[in-house]
Design a protein around this ligand. Structure first.
Ligand SMILES: NC(=O)c1ccc[n+]([C@@H]2O[C@H](COP(=O)([O-])OP(=O)(O)OC[C@H]3O[C@@H](n4cnc5c(N)ncnc54)[C@H](OP(=O)(O)O)[C@@H]3O)[C@@H](O)[C@H]2O)c1
Length: 368
C-alpha cells in the first residue's frame, strides 16, 4: 500500500529538495541530494551534497550530532541512501550507527550499486522506511543524473528564440535581437540550471555571444562549441573569458594544430576527434559527464538544431516567440529533419515572459 504522508512531512521533503539544489554545478556526475533530520516535530539538522567527492547529504546532515540527539529521529532524504563504498563510506551504515528510527526518501537511487538495496538494508535492520514522497519533483531535480545513468549522456534542452513568422535571425550570419529583456534574464536562469551550454561555431561567428549568467546566481556552465576546424576567433568573447568561465571546443581530425594550440594557450580546452571531420555528437556528449556536465542547453544555431533533432537527441524543446515579424531570414532548423515531426512532441508548459511566449515541449513517447 502506498504510504500517505502528512503535509508536515511534505514540507520537510520540500526543504530537502531545496537543499539538494544548492549542490547544482558542483556535484555532477553525482546526484543532487538534500536531507533533513526531524525529532518530536522539530528540525534538528539539515545537509546536502556540496561537491563531488565530498560528504553525502546524510553525512553532512548528521555531522557532529551525538547519538543522544539522533537516536529515534526521522531522516528525510531526497534520494535513497547508498549502501556501497564509493568516494565516501556507505550512508546506510552511518544511519544505523546513529540510531535513526525512521527514514523517508523521495526516490530510489537507480544506480545499479544501490537500486533498492540501501532501503532493503535499513528495513532489514528494523527501521521504518518509506519511499516516494515528492518523487516526481525529485526525478525532475535529478534528470541530468538519471539521463546520464540511463543513456550515458547529459539531459539535453534545445532552446531558441524566434519571430512570430518563425525566423531565428533576419539574415544568416548576422545577429537579430528577438526576445525582450525579461526573456534574456529568464534565459540566464535557464542556463544556471544546466551544467553546460552548446553552440555551433556559426553562431559564435555571427553573434559573438558570451553565454554567461548575466549576473544571475549559480555556477557558470561550461561553454561548448562545435567547431570542426577550430575557427573560433581568439578575440571572441568566449575565448577572452575562457579563464573565468570554461570553454570547450570540439573539433574534427583536420583542425590545424596551430589553431588548436593557440586556443589552448588562451585557456580553451580543445578536444579533437581522431577520425571524423566533424566532431560526432554522441562522442562530444559522452565526454561531458566526466567534466561535471550532466545537463546541456543547446542554444543554436539552425544547423546545430537540425543535427540534434535529426539524431533525436533532445529531451526538451524551449521555443521563445517574440511579437515581431521579420518577413525573411533563417528558420530555426536547417533543412528537412524527419525526426522533427510534430507528432514526436507534446506541449508540456507555456507561459508569458514580458511580451514573449515561452513554449516547452517534451518527446511524446518518452517518460518525463
Ligand atoms: N534566435 C536564436 O535563438 C538563435 C540562437 C543561435 C543562433 N542564432 C542565429 O543562427 C545563425 C547561426 O546558425 P547556423 O546554422 O549558421 O550555424 P550554427 O548552427 O551555429 O553552427 C553550424 C556550424 O557548426 C559546426 N558543426 C560542427 N559539428 C557540427 C555538427 N555535428 N552538426 C552541425 N554543425 C556542426 C559546423 O561548422 P564547421 O564544419 O566549421 O565545424 C556548422 O557549419 C546566426 O545568424 C545566429 O544569429 C539564432
Amino acid at each position: 500500500m502506498k504510504p500517505s504522508w502528512s503535509a508536515i512531512d511534505r514540507g520537510w521533503m520540500q526543504r530537502a529538495l531545496a537543499l539538494a539544489e544548492l549542490g547544482r554545478g558542483a556535484v555532477a556526475p553525482n546526484p543532487l541530494v538534500g536531507a533533513v533530520l526531524v525529532k518530536d516535530g522539530r528540525r534538528l539538522a539539515e545537509g546536502w551534497h556540496h561537491r563531488l567527492g565530498g560528504p553525502h547529504a546524510e553525512a553532512d546532515c548528521l555531522r557532529g550530532l551525538p547519538l543522544s540527539v539522533t537516536r529515534g529521529a526521522h531522516l528525510l532524504v531526497s534520494l535513497e541512501p547508498c549502501c556501497h563504498t564509493g568516494r565516501t563510506p556507505p550512508c546506510t551504515e552511518l544511519i544505523l550507527r546513529r540510531g535513526i528510527a525512521h527514514v523517508t526518501v523521495a526516490m530510489e537511487d537507480p544506480n545499479p550499486q544501490v537500486a533498492g538495496q540501501g532501503l532493503a538494508r535499513l528495513r532489514a535492520a528494523g527501521l521504518d522506511v518509506e519511499c516516494g514522497l515528492l518523487q516526481e519533483q525529485a526525478r525532475t531535480l535529478n534528470r541530468g543524473f538519471l539521463t546520464h545513468l540511463r543513456l550515458g549522456r547529459p539531459w539535453l534542452t534545445l532552446k531558441w528564440a524566434q519571430s512570430l513568422d518563425g525566423r531565428i535571425t533576419a539574415e544568416a550570419g548576422r545577429p537579430t535581437t528577438l526576445s525582450g529583456a525579461e526573456s534574456r534574464r529568464e534565459t540566464a536562469r535557464l542556463r544556471a540550471r544546466h551544467g553546460g551550454i552548446l553552440v555551433g561555431v556559426g553562431t559564435v561567428l555571427a553573434d559573438d555571444p558570451g553565454l554567461g549568467l548575466r549576473g544571475e546566481p549559480g555556477v557558470a556552465p561550461l561553454r561548448v562549441v562545435l567547431d570542426s576546424s577550430a575557427r573560433l576567433p581568439l578575440e571572441s568573447q568566449l575565448v577572452r573569458t575562457a579563464r573565468r568561465q570554461p570553454v570547450l571546443v570540439a573539433c574534427g581530425r583536420r583542425a590545424p594544430l596551430q589553431r588548436r594550440q593557440r586556443l589552448a594557450e588562451a585557456g580553451v580546452r580543445v578536444l579533437c576527434h581522431g577520425d571524423a571531420l566533424r566532431p560526432p555528437l554522441d562522442w562530444v556528449l559522452a565526454q561531458l559527464p566526466a567534466l561535471g556536465v550532466d545537463s546541456l542547453l543547446v542554444e543554436g544555431g539552425a544547423a546545430v538544431h537540425a543535427a540534434f533533432l535529426g539524431a533525436r537527441l533532445a529531451d526538451e524543446l524551449v521555443i521563445i516567440t517574440a511579437p515581431r515579424l521579420l518577413g525573411r531570414g533563417l528558420s530555426p532548423v536547417e533543412g528537412e529533419v524527419p525526426a522533427f515531426d510534430p507528432a514526436h512532441w507534446r506541449l508540456s508548459a507555456q507561459h508569458q515572459v514580458g511580451a514573449d511566449s515561452w513554449h516547452w515541449w517534451r518527446p511524446a513517447n518518452r517518460e518525463a
